[in-house]
Design a protein around this ligand. Structure first.
Ligand SMILES: Cc1cc2nc3c(=O)[nH]c(=O)nc-3n(C[C@H](O)[C@H](O)[C@H](O)COP(=O)(O)OP(=O)(O)OC[C@H]3O[C@@H](n4cnc5c(N)ncnc54)[C@H](O)[C@@H]3O)c2cc1C
Length: 319
């Protein structure tokens, strides 16, 4: 039997996030003696399929009905693909795409589902966080088929396979289920790196007050070529769009360096960034909970200390 990784494709290209799920699938295959294949679905996805072949055999479903992602239509296509290739497991990296899609696939396959997997145990069980990351549960899937979403922060990007895999068109007919249609698509245009893939993230909180105050983060992010993140309080206040939210109900990130500026460190925020390699917290309240997870803490007013810190870093780099 095989584990089918569902690729994420954007602008005709394979998204890097696909490769975290490939690593998970390889670990699971090693524990269970299965094989790994990659499913590339969409419209005009020949290029992405060729990229995916570097990591294993690829099954392609290329159909006009998959040009936009309506989860109902896609779920039918993914479930049919799993059946056509004899997959007993379907996996994808956790994202807004897979969180929408894979529970529907699980329902169609009558499969048990484990979401947000952070580890595979040697005996083929799964670890996943619960209660905003305060507890890690070990769970077992008892159904013959299983569906998984996996945390990108816990599985490294896969290395290419020894030899490229074969690319084959799957015998799957896709019909639009007609229940939903995409009316428009407005991708976020930003010069900054993607929050989930950035090596450095600069996040701000309610302490920055408003859009004007938020600007204090820009030079710091520029200095490191960093992505910008935010707490839910900032998103709810309309200061930044919600795709910048880090946390339990936002994105989970694990950059090399995470700046937490004027945010308190609520457990729901920490759940999304505590795996960062080095955490620098700046807060005027020395009792703020963010200091308990920080490697470096600076107690002070962000509007004063962030510009000072930027000058110091520039001086250090110049010298
Ligand atoms: C179900 C649920 C899910 C949630 N999911 C998320 C999530 O995914 N992500 C998330 O972030 N939150 C989430 N929350 C909200 C979370 O509980 C907090 O309310 C939120 O994270 C607080 O945001 P904050 O730290 O910006 O604001 P606050 O808690 O108000 O903290 C502001 C901080 O700024 C400091 N400060 C003020 N002025 C300055 C200054 N000039 N210089 C330096 N420091 C200053 C203050 O000392 C304070 O510590 C969720 C809540 C619930 C109930």
């Amino acid at each position: 039997m095989s584990i089918l990784v569902i690729a994420e494709v954007s602008g005709g290209k394979l998204r890097k996030a696909t490769l975290n799920a490939v690593t998970f699938a390889r670990q699971l295959a090693a524990a269970r003696g299965d094989t790994v294949a990659i499913g590339v679905l969409g419209a005009g996805v020949g290029g992405a399929a060729a990229e995916a072949a570097a990591f294993g055999p690829v099954h392609v479903v290329d159909a006009p009905a998959l040009a936009t992602c309506t989860a109902g239509t896609w779920a039918g296509a993914v479930a049919d693909l799993a059946g056509a290739v004899g997959a007993n497991a379907v996996a994808a990296t956790s994202s807004t795409f897979s969180r929408d899609l894979l529970p529907r696939v699980a329902a169609r396959l009558g499969a048990g589902m484990v979401s947000e997997v952070v580890a595979v145990t040697p005996d083929g069980r799964f670890k996943r966080p619960m209660w905003a990351g305060n507890v890690v549960a070990t769970v077992e899937v008892k159904t013959p088929k299983a569906v998984f979403t996996v945390r990108s922060t816990e599985f490294a990007l896969a290395d290419p396979a020894g030899a490229p895999g074969a690319v084959a068109a799957a015998a799957v007919t896709v019909a639009d289920d007609g229940k939903a249609k995409v009316v428009s698509f407005a991708p976020t245009v930003s010069a900054r790196p993607d929050l989930g893939e950035a090596k450095v993230v600069v996040s701000g909180g309610r302490g920055l007050k408003d859009k004007e105050g938020w600007k204090v983060l820009d030079p710091l992010a520029d200095l490191f070529g960093a992505a910008v993140g935010a707490t839910r309080a900032v998103v709810d206040a309309g200061i930044v769009p919600n795709d910048l939210q880090v946390g339990q109900t936002g994105k989970v990130v694990a950059p090399n360096l995470y700046f937490a500026v004027a945010l308190s460190g609520a457990i729901q925020h920490i759940a999304g960034m505590k795996a960062s390699k080095v955490i620098v917290a700046i807060n005027k309240d020395e009792e703020a909970p963010i200091f308990s997870v920080a490697d470096y803490g600076l107690v002070g007013d962000a509007f004063k200390v962030v510009p000072e810190m930027i000058e110091e870093i520039k001086r250090a780099r110049a010298g």
